[in-house]
Design a protein around this ligand. Structure first.
Ligand code: FES
Length: 165
């Protein structure tokens, strides 16, 4: 199920874990990345097989962590931090601005599938608050103006210039 390149990473990972179930979290990350940012039952079953555990065990672990998703995110998944340091410098207002601008609430995806929003606990960028992650890129010291520019630029980014799927 993994692409040949990712399968190499899977093999490498499994060779490092004599007890296969200990490779569960990194394998879930790879599976989610391979499946355009989310996990479905097909991938849960595949990871379960690789780790020699039941699919229920994999589901139990994956649903415990907020970084694993069970429905497709937008092409650009916006993870906005509203934890205390970000909250003190406008994190919730940034989230509200995004929701207003995109016409969706947190946890939802725009109709065109371009953007989805998720509210996050600390993402480790407190010194540059308020902050968010767009796919895998950190965007820091956010302002409503910066958000507007970013959304405009992402909405018009040609396919070939994308940095992350
Ligand atoms: S509280 Fe927002 S990055 Fe830490």
């Amino acid at each position: 199920m993994f692409s040949p390149e990712t399968q190499q990473q899977v093999d490498c990972l499994l060779s490092r874990y004599p007890i296969r179930r200990n490779a569960l979290l990194p394998l879930l990350h790879l599976a989610q990345k391979e499946n355009q940012g989310w996990l479905d039952s097909k991938w849960v079953n595949h990871v379960a097989e690789l780790c020699e555990v039941s699919p229920t065990h994999v589901e139990g672990v994956a649903t415990f962590y907020t970084m694993f998703r069970f429905r497709p995110p937008g092409k650009y998944h916006l993870q906005v931090c509203t934890c205390v340091p970000c909250c003190l410098v406008g994190g919730p207002e940034i989230l509200e601005h995004l929701e207003h601008k995109l016409g969706i609430h947190t946890g939802h995806t725009t109709k065109d599938g371009l953007f989805s929003i998720e509210e996050m606990e600390c993402i480790g960028a407190c010194a540059y608050a308020p902050a968010m992650i767009v796919n895998e890129d950190y965007i820091e010291q956010l302002t409503p103006e910066k958000i507007d520019q970013l959304l405009d630029s992402l909405a018009t980014t040609p396919q070939e210039q994308e940095t992350h799927a």
